[in-house]
Write a protein that binds this ligand. Sequence first.
Ligand SMILES: Cc1ncc(COP(=O)(O)O)c(C=O)c1O
Length: 399
Amino acid sequence: MFSTRVPQSLEANRITQAVHRARAESRPIVDLTITNPTTAGFEYPDSVLDGLSSARSLTYAPQPFGLPDARRAVACDYARRGLRAPPEHIVLTASTSEAYSLLFKLLCAPAGDAVMVPVPSYPLFDHLTALDGVRAIPYRLDYHGRWTLAYDDLDERWTPTVRAVLAVSPNNPTGSVLSADELATLAARCGERQAALIVDEVFADYGLVDGPAGPSVDSVRIAQCSRARAAGAPLTFRLGGLSKSAGLPQVKLGWLLVDGPGALVRDALERLEIICDAYLSVSTPVQVAAPMLIESGALVRAQILDRVRANYRALRTAAARHPAIEVLHADAGWSAVLRVPSTRSEEDLVVDLLDRDGVLVHPGFFFDFAHEAFLIVSLLPEPRVFADGIRRVLERADA
Ligand SMILES: Cc1ncc(COP(=O)(O)O)c(C=O)c1O
């Protein structure tokens, strides 16, 4: 046996067995767990990938943080949302997952240092931290009509080994956006304790509240940005990428923006340059195509935004006929959370939904919800499919 830090794959639980059974029997499944926009019936412009075949990509002239034109295009994308992002503080990555890995290498010594991770949140954090030999210390988000950060939990669990706090805003799957106050408090805690703040903003374009850009999402980010450079502010990293902002997960282009007091930013960039130079993982064609991908991605983003808003509205309307079921408030993102009667376990309910109703949803425990019973649904499916699946979910959960 060799020693490894690779986490074991999840034990086949009853839900995965039920999925295999349905597939083996060729039973159709209404999949309300999809997160892949490329298979969700959106129209991608024919020309969207044209930039990838540019002859300019035949020359390899790698730069650790990426080609200047591509980094300028990302800076312009921040400007679209009202944020000033100097291109020289932008680092291109192959994905957000890779951005996390670079930051863990930058900030943490393996087998000792820790990062604080929100719960409930993105399930991949367990793997991403373990793969870099970093300990993940959870801190709670609580729901009281809206999701809020549990400061007492954060403070109690904080140890001297904490090198960074991860915040996901908008969060997956809760759809919660940290308020300006919460972000300022988190930043102050990090600043006082010499920890970095890592803010994952991949869903920032998908405000579920009607309006041009989801006002709640933008106002918070702007407030955070202007404070981030003040003395006492922490080193801050903002993560984004085309996977969500342009519905293009397959082109593999993400980025991180380094922000904070000048000396900390300069030091972080110097060290990041060494790490990025060791990998040079973002392909030249995608960097050359970046300005075009970002521009044409806007058409896909608009469709996704319309879809998630329409599905969220439809979900709330349908759930209103089932008083025992609550759709939790969400500000933004691609998913919604339903609180359902806990007359049986989440696992029993999800298996029943698959076996008897042909619908797949995620149980709350998949995202480490503190107690039962919650179901998580994706807002990405085509509206007819979504409405049909939701009707079955509500009827079964209310039975
Ligand atoms: C919060 C969050 N961050 C990052 C990602 C993944 O982004 P990428 O495809 O750029 O690695 C996801 C994917 O669902 C996510 O939910």
